[in-house]
Each structure stands twice: as structure tokens, then as C-alpha cells.
Design a protein around this ligand. Structure first.
Ligand SMILES: [Zn+2]
Length: 476
């Protein structure tokens, strides 16, 4: 029996309590840095499974680390459990219907992400105990992936300093090795301050902060033509100054997300956006104060780990979806446009398939699609240690990211099958690294070559602390 078959049996032996954990976290959606109940569930599971637990990792009360095994290489398996605002949605239906109007929801599937990572870590711990091999596995429960950059703060605090390899996954519509193409991303707030005045009786005495935000946005929109085509800039009004049009708004605030292919490109764009903000303040005789809320790097790949993970994906085969899974996914697909489905194939880089509501195949290694990408704080870990991520099918092909459809599919039988599959892929890859010194050496060499070319700088300014939130009374 190969190592991977043994580890897969160990995953299967414990799948039920971890599927239940995923469903419980789905049912208590908590957003960035407020994941007190969710991390509580993860800590309880770590205790139950006999991990050595470190709470409050990097001074973040909703981050946790659990370790198993002794000596040997240290493998980190990264989990998440944060939800998204506004994506509350009932499960297992194919129409938009929030559980709570305007409430939070697991619209990115992080309920599965964390539970599968913890299941993988548990199986590796069980495997280490069973085989008596030297090696340690650490489950990192990482909060605030959505816009909170917790892993970047955790890297900065040294949480991964003695880790050899990090492994993670993300729920997806396709099963594949992640193509490591995420964008560097900064979230920056611009607070404009002017002077209030009666908008009709004394408009000449007012200086509008809202005008400043609007001029800033116009300026940035003109800059788009002159920035790299793979950069992305988006903004949201945090404060438009009030609801009275007959008052000159003295205060207005806009949040920008600035994304670029790499760290250096992002830092350059950040400065250009800042100049535009200062220009808008100059034009309107207002003042602007600028603060970086969070930032993450671009993801670094690792060829030896990609090869090792793909071998496991290939041997394991597609997620074993059944007819009922496909029937529900087809209903979800009926809520999408053909463009959503085509886009999914396009960004994966494979030809569209007819009558394929769920990914009942494995995307071949090396397939490169149209880079249509977001950002992740796993990227900062990837600059610190060799890092590998899987994408595993848990939802219908074409399902948009951050959508009610993802929340709806988050505790369906297909989601459970996908997360157990992901745990098997991660655990088998961890066992490969622990068992094969040459693989670990090659992974480290590959990583060293990448970071020597462009050394890592933490994208978050030194004086910016994780924006931790107090424990709500209900979760105490
Ligand atoms: Zn996500």
C-alpha cells in the first residue's frame, strides 16, 4: 500500500465530524476579524484531535495554530473560516433567498476551506503517529482572508519562521493545482475633510469633501488607460458625507483596492493613486488623509510542489459526484448566463464541455487560462516558505466567486465530497514532503531562486496593526 492510500483511509475515517464542522461554520457566518465562534469551533476540534494548541497567533484572537508530531520537517496546512457581508443565503436551493436580509454568508466557501485543512492536518498527524516517522504538521486557522490580510500580519509576526512547506486549497468549480497567479493588493482609505455650509445660502463658504472624492475617482478612471493591463483598481464609498443635498459635505471617505501583477508594480500604482487624491484635495481646497488598511503580495509558485500535488490529484481522480449532485448543480447553472459558464472554462484554459454541471474531470497540469484573477493573503506565506495550493470542485461550473450561489452550495453533498477530496490531496502532498527529503530540498531550492530574484518586503507598513475586533458579547 502506498503512503497516499494509507493517508486517504485516514481522511475517510474522520470525514463525518469535519463535514459537520464545515456545516456549523457555514451556519455562523462571521466576517473579517470577528470569527470568534468559528475559531472556537476549530479550537474545540483541535482539542478533540489531540493537537498542541497555540491561541492568539500574531496577537490576533481569531487566529489559532495546532501542532502534531515530533521532530522532522514542519508542514503547515492553512485554513480559513471568514464569511462575506451581504451574502446570506439559504442552503440547497437555486434561487436567491437570504437567511437574514443583508446578513453575512459563506459566499467564498471558507467554511469548507478551514474544515478540510483541519481534516488534512488531522490525517497527517494520525499518519505520523501510525508510522512513527519524524515530522510535524501544523494547522493554521487564519482569519480575515477577505480584505483583512491576516496571513500577511502572521508572516510579519514570524508565525511561519520555522515552517518548511505550506499547503492549502480553495473551493472552486474545477479540480486542479492552483496556477499561482494572484495579484498583489492594497486597501487604502482616503478621508477628505472640507468645510460645511448651506448649499444655497452660502455655497461660496463651503468646501466639499464629496466633490474631492468624485474628482479623485474621475482622476483614477482617467489613469486606467495608462496602467498595466493586468492591474485592477476598484473603489467604494465608505462615507458620502450625509444625506442632505442642501449641505456642503464637510467629510467624505472612499476606500480603494489597488491590485497589480507583483509587489513592485503595486507600490508604484499606490503612489500614483495617492498623487491623484492630493490633486483632488488641491482642486477643492479640502484636506486628505491616507491610510493603508491591509495589503497582500502576489502568489509565488513552486514547481516541485506543483508536480507532487498534481500526481496526487491525478491518482485520486475527479471528485466522485453522483447524479443528485449534478442535478442540483444543473439547477444552479440555470441561474447563470452562458457567459458565466464560458468564462469559467476560459479562465481555466480548457475547451467548454456540454452537459457538465460539475467538474467530473481533472484539469491537466500546466493548463494555462486567461489570467482572470483575484488576490489572496496565502501569497505572503508563499514568499516566506515554499507554498502549494489546490483548487477542488465543490460547486457548479460557472458559479461566480463571492455569490449567493456559492453560499447556497456550501453544505450540499457535493461540497462535502469536494472538501474531503481536498483534504486527501493536501494530506498526501504533506506526506510526500515528509517522506521524500529530495522533494523538500527541491522545493526549497525553487523557492530560494524565486525570492533571490526579488526579495520579499511586507506590503503592510510597519505601523499598521491587524484591525482586530472585540469579541461580541454573544460569542463570549
Ligand atoms: Zn476565498
Amino acid at each position: 500500500m502506498q503512503n497516499s492510500e494509507i493517508i486517504w483511509e485516514l481522511v475517510d475515517a474522520k470525514r463525518q465530524p469535519f463535514e459537520a464542522l464545515s456545516d456549523r461554520v457555514w451556519g455562523m457566518p462571521e466576517i473579517a476579524y470577528t470569527e470568534y465562534r468559528s475559531v472556537g469551533e476549530h479550537i474545540a476540534m483541535l482539542k478533540e484531535q489531540g493537537f498542541r494548541i497555540t491561541e492568539n497567533v500574531a496577537g490576533i484572537p481569531t487566529a489559532v495554530m495546532g501542532e502534531g508530531g515530533e521532530g522532522g520537517p514542519v508542514i503547515a496546512i492553512l485554513g480559513e473560516y471568514d464569511a462575506l457581508p451581504g451574502l446570506s443565503q439559504e442552503a440547497n436551493i437555486a434561487e436567491p433567498k437570504p437567511v437574514e436580509a443583508g446578513g453575512h454568508g459563506h459566499g467564498c466557501g471558507h467554511n469548507m476551506l478551514g474544515s478540510a485543512a483541519l481534516l488534512a492536518a488531522t490525517a497527517v498527524k494520525d499518519w505520523l503517529a501510525k508510522t512513527g516517522r519524524p515530522g510535524r504538521v501544523r494547522y493554521f486557522g487564519c482569519p480575515a482572508e477577505e480584505g483583512g490580510a491576516a496571513k500577511a500580519f502572521m508572516v510579519r509576526a514570524g508565525a511561519f519562521d520555522d515552517v518548511d512547506v505550506a499547503i492549502s486549497w480553495h473551493p472552486s468549480s474545477m479540480t486542479k493545482v492552483d496556477d499561482a497567479m494572484s495579484l498583489a493588493n492594497t486597501r487604502m482609505d482616503f478621508q477628505f475633510t472640507g468645510r460645511a455650509s448651506h448649499a444655497a445660502a452660502a455655497p461660496h463658504l463651503g468646501r466639499s469633501a464629496l466633490d474631492a472624492v468624485e474628482l479623485m475617482n474621475v482622476g483614477v478612471n482617467y489613469m486606467r488607460e495608462h496602467m498595466p493591463s493586468d492591474a485592477r483598481i476598484h473603489y467604494a464609498y465608505l462615507d458620502a458625507g450625509g444625506i442632505a443635498p442642501n449641505v456642503v459635505q464637510a467629510s467624505a471617505k472612499v476606500r480603494y483596492a489597488i491590485r497589480a501583477r507583483d509587489l513592485a508594480g503595486m507600490l508604484e500604482l499606490n503612489e500614483r493613486v495617492k498623487k491623484i487624491a492630493e490633486g483632488a484635495a488641491l482642486m477643492t481646497e479640502t484636506a486628505v488623509s491616507i491610510s493603508i488598511m491591509s495589503a497582500v503580495s502576489n502568489m509565488l509558485g513552486n514547481t516541485p510542489l506543483e508536480d507532487a500535488m498534481f500526481k496526487n490529484i491525478d491518482r485520486l481522480g475527479p471528485v466522485p459526484f453522483d447524479a443528485a449532485d449534478k442535478a442540483y448543480a444543473a439547477k444552479i447553472q440555470a441561474t447563470l448566463g452562458p457567459a458565466d459558464i464560458l468564462n469559467d472554462y476560459r479562465k481555466t484554459g480548457i475547451a467548454p464541455r456540454e452537459n457538465t454541471p460539475l467538474c467530473d474531470f481533472v484539469v491537466p497540469q500546466g493548463t494555462r487560462g486567461v489570467p482572470m484573477i483575484g488576490s489572496t493573503d496565502v501569497a505572503d506565506v508563499s514568499w516566506k516558505v515554499p507554498t502549494i495550493q489546490a483548487r477542488v470542485a465543490t460547486h457548479a461550473i460557472g458559479t461566480p466567486g463571492h455569490s449567493w450561489q456559492i453560499t447556497a452550495q456550501g453544505k450540499a453533498p457535493a461540497a462535502h465530497k469536494g472538501m474531503v477530496h481536498a483534504a486527501k490531496i493536501m494530506a498526501a502532498t504533506a506526506v510526500d514532503v515528509i517522506s521524500d527529503e529530495t522533494l523538500l530540498a527541491r522545493a526549497k531550492k525553487d523557492h530560494q531562486e524565486r525570492v533571490t530574484r526579488t526579495p520579499y518586503v511586507c506590503p503592510i507598513p510597519a505601523d499598521v496593526k491587524p484591525p482586530i475586533k472585540p469579541r461580541p458579547a454573544a460569542a463570549a
